[in-house]
Structure formats: C-alpha cells, structure tokens
Write a protein that binds this ligand. Sequence first.
Ligand code: FAD
Length: 466
Amino acid sequence: GDFPIETDTLVIGAGPGGYVAAIRAAQLGQKVTVVEKGTLGGVCLNVGCIPSKALIAAGHRYETAKHSEDMGIKADNVTVDFSKVQEFKQGVVKKLTGGVAGLLKGNKVDVVYGEAYFVDNETVKVMDEKNSQTYKFKNVIIASGSRPIEIPAFKYSKRVLDSTGALNLQEIPKKLVVIGAGYIGTELGTAYANFGTEVTFIEAGDDILAGFEKQMSSLVVRNLKKKGNVEIFTKAMAKGVEESDTGVKVTFEVNGEEKSVEADYLLVTVGRRPNTDELGLEQVGVEMTDRGIIKIDKQCRTSVSNIYAIGDIVEGPPLAHKASYEGKIAAEAIAGEKVEIDYLAIPAVVFSEPELASVGYTEKQAKDEGFDVTASKFPFAANGRALSLNESDGFLKLVTRKEDGLVIGAQIAGPSASDMISELGLAIEAGMTAEDIAMTIHAHPTLGEITMEAAEVAIGSPIHIV
Ligand code: FAD
C-alpha cells in the first residue's frame, strides 16, 4: 500500500458546499484537504447557477434590445453571434473557478484532484487515472453534489440533452422541447426563447414552477405566452422520443390525447439525484434514505460522528446558497463551535421573466402551521423606479404574524426579485416586524421602496396605494 497522507479535515467535492466548508475549516485553524474529481466550483460554477445566469442575461439583453419601442428606442437588425455568447459565458465561469483556486490557495487548503472512495471512517482512497493515494483524516465533510436524473425512455444523447448539454449548445436551435418546467427547465427554455428558438414545455404537474404560488408562476406563464414562440403543456405526460441525425420527435399525452412535436433538441430537466452511490459509503455505514439522501443532525453530522454531509446530498432544497451555508455550519461544528442549522430563511429564486423569489413562509404554509397571519401586497406598478425601468409587472407580498407584526415570510415576483429578497431574509433572520421595515428609510426612487410600502400596508398606513 501507499504511505497515507494525514490531514485534519478532508472535504470531498469542491462545489459551493465543499469549497466554502474547506475555506471556513482552514480559517478555524485546521489542516484541510479538498478532493475534487472534476473542476473547482462544482455544478454551480461550471454547469449550473453561473453559466445559466450568463446565458439568461444575454438572452434578456437581446430581447430587450429588440423590444424597447415603448421607450422610444427602435433597433433594427439586432443580431446574435452565439459563439460569442458562449465565449462570454465560459469567460465568466473561468474567472470564478480561477477565483476559487486562488481562495483555496490563499487559505492554505490542499487541493487534490481525483475521485475519493471510503475505505473506513478515517480513511479514503483518492484515485486518478494513474495513481491511488490514501488519506487519513480526523473528520470528513462529504459535499459530492448531485447529477441530473435520467429516465429510461429519454436516455441522454446527442439530441436528448441534460442541463449541461443545453448550456453548451453551439448554435441557437430552431426548435427545442423541454420536459419538466421546474426552475432549471423554465430558465433555460426562456433563455433560448429569447434567442428566437421555438420552445415547447411539457410539464406533468398542474403548473410550471411548482413550489411557487400560482399568482407568481402565472405571471411567468403570461410573459412566456406573450413572446409568441413558446407553447406550454401542463398536466402533460411525456411518452417517448424518436431521434434522428437532425432532430427529435417527442410524443406526449395531454387531456387523454396523444400529441407529438418535432424539434432540433429535447432538454430533459426532471430533477437531480444525489451523488452518494459511488463513494463507498457502505464501508462506513452512514445512514441514508431510500433515495440516497444522507441523514444529518443540526450540525450536518451523519450517523457516523466524524463524518459530515452538506449540500445537494442532504435533505432540503438543492440550492447553492444552502450548500454553502451548511458548509460553514459543518466546519464550525468540527471546530467545536456551538452552531445549528436553521433553514427558515433560505431564499429560493427563479431567474424567469419576471423573476420569482420567496423566503420564509408563504401565506398558505403559515396558515397550515397554525399561524394567524396577514398577507400584505404592493404592486411594482405603483413604484416610480419600476415604471421608469419600464418593468412594472409584479408584486411583493409580505407575510406577518397578526399578534406582533413579526415578518415570517415574503414572496416577490418582479424585476430584481432575486436581489430584493435578501432584505426580507435579513428581516426574518433578525426578528424584525413590519413596522421596523416601514420605518427604515429606503432611497427614492428604488425598487426597495416596494418592500417598505408592503410593510406600510401591513401596519395599515400605505402612502402610495389606497
Ligand atoms: P456540487 O456543486 O454538485 O459539487 C459537488 C462536487 O463534488 C463536484 O464538483 C463533483 O465533481 C465532486 N465530486 C463528486 N463525487 C466525488 C468524489 N467521489 N470524489 C471527488 N469529488 C467528487 N442553485 C442556486 O442556488 N441558484 C441557481 O441559480 C442555480 N441554478 C442552477 C442551474 C442549473 C442548470 C443547475 C444544474 C443547478 C443550479 N443550481 C442553482 C443548483 C446548484 O448548482 C447546486 O445546488 C449546487 O451546485 C450544490 O452544491 P454542492 O456543493 O452540494 O455540489
């Protein structure tokens, strides 16, 4: 056998969970080794959050460049060089993943490239093409992330794409079918629709973007339909796909009727599965659910006391900021700090048109939990900044507890909802009331005033609506 290398804390995976955990553990004085079998930054930076947002931003710019007639702007012959769009997107990815490398180095974290496999609960083997090296650790944080679910009738191929394939297309497809209109499918479908692709969504559920209130997702539906090149089938079951050299023919059933649609590509975004099946976890006996989700306690500790798990492989929404948050908790718990996870204020955001964002409870969730709540709404259309941006579609809804005005949730549909939601996360985290927000001076004219005004609605004294 090889001579083992010793470390205090070993981190498996360098996505937004793992690299953040590694940095925090190093900040707390531990000797840290992070093992990555792919690229630093994980799914999020390489084939997830970041490249998708670059593509969405480019598509949105193109669309608004063509359609700003309301503001007196008429632009003829606006064109896209899609290879430049791809270059821009990859440039952003490269800057950020390079940044992660620099941060790990700056914090003296050892980065090892290869695939980690458990030997026992204090040993992993790391293998690359040529070598195998053993590492001994006191504690390990597993942050191995997730991958797209593949359904047997829709095996991934040249024309049947997962999200990574859809992000990396080298030309703008004429037609694209998207099976599964959750946030990933909706975001990517919208991006291509903005570039001119005819997009057909096939969604099994009652609505696209399940998990968001219908009031919110219906704004997205209305906008997609307005584009003229998007068709949405809900309560529709995808049946199969025939693939040729040049395209696909997708069959599906809706209202008891069989239909088919032809396209250049099919994108399948029906969920993700945890990467917990190839780690040798059976060697250490970590408890998992039957879906392969690792069970953890409030400090991200698994059923084996020196093994921690974070990110997409544990319960909860598979989101980058949740992975990073858990990474910090796990590292601090290992360092002996008294920390606990508290998921109440995890925001969820969709970069759709308009953007959707939610944090804490929805009105319905609050009522289901037995809270006596008020929901206070304020429309973007009554805000000067939104109107002057010519983006006044949407609303902000504040959920407050009746007895004391405590803010326990908020939902936003509208431009910059993704940025605006942070203030409400802070309000929940800090235990603020609607009055606290209403009495905070918000700069004029800004979208932030919508938050202040919804809080004024909550305490019964809004200025700009009656
Ligand atoms: P990952 O990012 O999956 O990283 C895990 C890493 O572990 C990988 O680099 C992998 O190579 C490595 N690894 C796995 N097994 C081993 C092993 N045995 N040995 C060594 N290394 C290993 N989330 C958001 O919050 N906002 C968004 O806007 C958003 N957009 C998204 C868009 C798309 C198209 C997709 C696919 C996802 C998006 N997500 C978004 C989700 C987000 O990417 C994930 O929640 C996040 O990446 C999870 O982080 P993680 O650290 O748990 O795992």
